[in-house]
Design a protein around this ligand. Structure first.
Ligand code: RIB
Ligand code: CA
Length: 316
């Protein structure tokens, strides 16, 4: 098969177990030129997600500049998720201490520098609250043409998870999400509609663990940790929220997608942070997002397991 051109990307996230797995997948896939990694405030404080970003990059051997993100949402106070990811934001297996330092540039300026220097438009993979991406668009609107698309894990057309109507990433910073979704930049949205179906089952953890090597062992432990929280809620497996935003770029064939107009509710007693999807085109607005609504779970799991084989070779 002909060598596919690598997709230049910036990974922005709040590791977070599923962010860590998403980044591990991106690096293993060989399909991306990962130009920069930026931490955002979400699952945990910016201090903790930045430390976790450094630890994950160290573990998987991802040598890219790491930018520390905005310490709080655009206008609201931070909201974290220790109940899901633990006090560290990445509880569970012991990880190596970071060998990568944080860039002297903060996330927004590192993103801007990366966009300026790239010879082609860059894809941003945003798997946490969209604070950094929004700040980039507000501070450097002239760089919009250098952003090819934004692959977002966030929202849900049918339902929320942090409130009945709102998903965590959008709810933490709805103003930021509104900036992103009204930017005119193509959005690929992996919301809960698909991520709740993209389950990795205990049998899949075993397949990854059987590959052998340190990275696969830790990925299996991250999956186990994430699964235990969700098993108590009745899930059959670990929902791969953030990996969907990566997998959709390299294996779109395993998903069902639909273009639609998505508005972000920034107010409301019950619906703040909702991604309001115009499923039937009643708004009269042109679609601003490709929404991922379904997935072939087995194919998704198989592509994830296959990608992890990279780490066996890398450690041979
Ligand atoms: O709602 C799921 C999202 O919130 C994921 O990105 C997870 O990492 C948390 O940030
Ligand atoms: Ca995340």
């Amino acid at each position: 098969m002909s060598e596919q051109r690598k997709i230049p990307v910036i990974l922005d996230g709040d590791p977070g177990h599923d962010d860590a797995i998403a980044w591990t997948l991106a690096h293993a896939s060989g399909r991306f030129d990962i130009l920069a990694v930026t931490s955002c405030c979400g699952n945990q404080t910016i201090e903790k997600t930045t430390y976790n970003a450094r630890r994950v990059c160290t573990l998987i051997g991802l040598d890219a500049p790491i930018g520390r993100g905005c310490p709080h949402p655009l206008i609201t106070e931070p909201m974290n998720a220790p109940s899901v990811h633990g006090e560290s934001g990445l509880d569970g297996p012991v990880l190596p201490e970071p060998v990568m330092d944080v860039s002297a540039l903060g996330a927004v300026e590192l993103m801007a520098k990366t966009l300026r220097e790239s010879h082609e438009p860059v894809t941003i993979v945003a798997t946490g609250p969209e604070t950094n991406v929004a700040a980039l668009l507000l501070a450097h609107p002239e760089l919009k043409p250098k952003i090819k698309r934004i692959s977002v894990m966030g929202g849900g057309i049918g339902f929320g998870n942090w409130t009945p109507a709102a998903e965590f990433n959008i709810l933490v910073d709805p103003e930021a999400a509104k900036v992103v979704f009204t930017s005119g930049i193509p959005i690929l949205m992996a919301g809960l509609d698909v991520t709740e179906k993209a389950l990795i089952l205990p049998e899949d953890f075993a397949r990854i663990r059987a590959i052998g090597g340190k990275v696969c062992s830790i990925v299996a432990e991250w999956l186990e940790f994430f699964y235990i929280f969700h098993r108590n809620l009745g899930y059959a497996g670990a929902p791969m929220h953030d990996p969907c935003a990566v997998m959709a770029l390299i294996h779109p064939e395993v998903f069902q997608m639909r273009d639609m107009y998505v508005a972000i509710e920034t107010n409301g007693e019950y619906c703040k942070g909702t991604t309001v999807g115009d499923f039937f085109g009643t708004s009269g607005q042109e679609p601003n997002a490709t929404c991922i609504l379904g997935v072939d779970r087995q194919a998704f799991a198989d592509r994830l397991v296959e990608a992890m084989e990279f780490y066996k070779e890398a450690e041979a």
